[in-house]
Design a binder for this molecule. Structure first.
Ligand SMILES: Cc1cc2nc3c(=O)[nH]c(=O)nc-3n(C[C@H](O)[C@H](O)[C@H](O)COP(=O)(O)O)c2cc1C
Length: 169
């Protein structure tokens, strides 16, 4: 596909199986940088991040989600948080976090890494803050599990475009 941006969007998949190869901290910081270049309402930039490579912390975090096998297999995790002290509009700031997370997933793919957006872990977001020793003003939006994909065979699908378009006027 000649359009690289569309190609990146269409070929990104949630990667849930990873090799044991460690992920470079420089790459993780690049992924966060791609995240912070997402649009945000009023350019409020409400997102905050915790980058985790420490095996002991990863193991502790794995116990907070039904998807512990994914967390255990990932070589790195990035927690994406909203700073409650920096929220100007809850809906818009949450939307901004979503845009940030999508940028991060696309950036990971572009660095030959892969990742998955973990939302189920939000059920235990207070526990996540405790493990990471961060203040409750930081509200978990998602945990990204990242690593070098063990394979790229993931398939996904979408409903037909017509299902979503209400009207063409
Ligand atoms: C808000 C949100 C929460 C998600 N939570 C999880 C999760 O807890 N565990 C998981 O394995 N995947 C999770 N996903 C990934 C979705 O399952 C995945 O994006 C969807 O099946 C489409 O597949 P694709 O990303 O490969 O296109 C989540 C995605 C989003 C956007």
């Amino acid at each position: 596909m000649p359009n690289k941006i569309l190609q990146a969007i269409y070929e990104r998949r949630s990667r849930r199986d990873f090799t044991d190869d460690p992920v470079d901290m420089k790459d993780l910081q690049e992924i966060v940088k791609a995240g912070i270049w997402a649009p945000s309402g009023l350019n409020n930039q409400p997102w905050r991040f915790v980058i985790v490579v420490d095996p002991k912390t990863r193991k502790q975090l794995s116990a907070t989600t039904h998807y512990s096998h994914i967390v255990l297999g990932a070589q790195a995790l990035i927690g994406v948080f909203l700073d409650a002290d920096d929220v100007y509009d809850r809906v818009k700031d949450q939307q901004s976090a979503g845009a940030c997370i999508q940028n991060m997933l696309l950036a990971a793919e572009s660095l030959s890494l892969g990742g998955v957006w973990l939302g189920q872990i939000l059920k235990n977001k207070e526990q996540v803050n405790q493990i990471l020793a961060i203040d409750e003003r930081y509200e978990l939006m998602a945990m990204l599990a990242l690593g070098y994909p063990a394979h790229r065979n993931q398939k996904s699908n979408r409903k037909d475009l017509n299902h979503f378009i209400l009207k063409l006027i």
